[in-house]
Design a protein around this ligand. Structure first.
Ligand SMILES: Nc1ncnc2c1ncn2[C@@H]1O[C@H](COP(=O)(O)OP(=O)(O)O)[C@@H](O)[C@H]1O
Ligand SMILES: [Mg+2]
Length: 233
């Protein structure tokens, strides 16, 4: 089986006046289906840059990125948007829920983009809301929910389109420690059900919930191994 994610010699280079920033500096990485990987590094190390490339939200300056065996470098913007909608569920630190839409409509969004019809869309979205324990909030607005509940809605939204990959950027960054533990426990259970998860974090204790850690520093991978090995660093 080809890896779900295969990055080869990925660079993201920003020219800022006379300064050149290597936000990603020769990153090569394979991630298989079913893995739970934490990408961990200090602020400014290049994590979000890498997340945007893995999520097909941005393209590298050079290097090759195969997603599900398909070369993203050969794709048009429309094809990238299509593969993103079909294959990736995003969870962001700030939830990124649309404020004027109901909780249910937010969860329906990936299905809307996939062209799923009204009734089926509602049914699937409601099932996902049940899964995160929030079916009774379906017709509320996001701001009527607590932070932890909003993050659970965003998890339901990420799952709704049956993605091959769940990509979470600092998913607990805006949550208190108790709520963080609940959300991390939930993400872990999704992995145990077979979902592939890539979680970005600056916090080692959060990375410890994953099974594999990839540490980055100044845009380069400085460690890649099991969470047990990582714990010894
Ligand atoms: N659009 C951009 N233009 C210029 N420099 C950028 C841009 N995005 C990120 N960078 C720089 O790239 C480096 C990595 O940033 P980032 O990927 O956001 O790190 P992290 O998410 O680990 O905090 C930083 O030095 C940052 O200032
Ligand atoms: Mg970041």
């Amino acid at each position: 089986m080809v890896p779900l994610i295969s990055l080869r010699h990925i660079y993201k280079i920003y020219e800022m006046g006379d300064e050149t920033v290597y936000a990603n500096d020769d990153i090569s990485l394979d991630i298989d289906r079913g893995e739970f990987v934490a990408i961990v590094g200090k602020s400014g190390s290049g994590k979000s840059t890498l997340m945007n490339i893995i999520g097909a939200l941005d393209v590298p300056t050079k290097g090759t990125y195969l997603l599900g065996g398909e070369d993203t470098g050969e794709m048009t913007d429309d094809e990238l948007a299509e593969i993103r909608n079909r294959m990736i569920g995003f969870i962001f630190q700030q939830y990124n829920l649309l404020p004027k839409m109901s909780v249910l409509e937010n969860v329906e969004l990936p299905l809307l983009y996939q062209g799923v019809r009204d009734r089926e869309r509602r049914e699937i979205a409601m099932e996902q809301l049940k899964r995160v324990g929030l079916e009774d909030k379906a017709f509320n607005l996001p701001r009527q929910l607590s932070g932890g509940q909003q993050q659970r809605v965003s998890i339901a939204r990420a799952l709704a389109g049956s993605p091959s990959l769940i990509l979470a950027d600092e998913p607990t960054g805006a949550l208190d420690s108790k709520t963080s533990r609940e959300v991390l426990g939930f993400i872990r259970s999704l992995n145990e059900e077979g979902n592939t998860i890539v979680m970005i974090t600056h916090d080692k204790s959060i990375a410890m919930h994953a099974k594999r850690a990839v540490q980055i520093m100044d845009g380069r991978i400085t460690f890649d191994g099991s969470i047990e090995e990582y714990a010894k660093l």
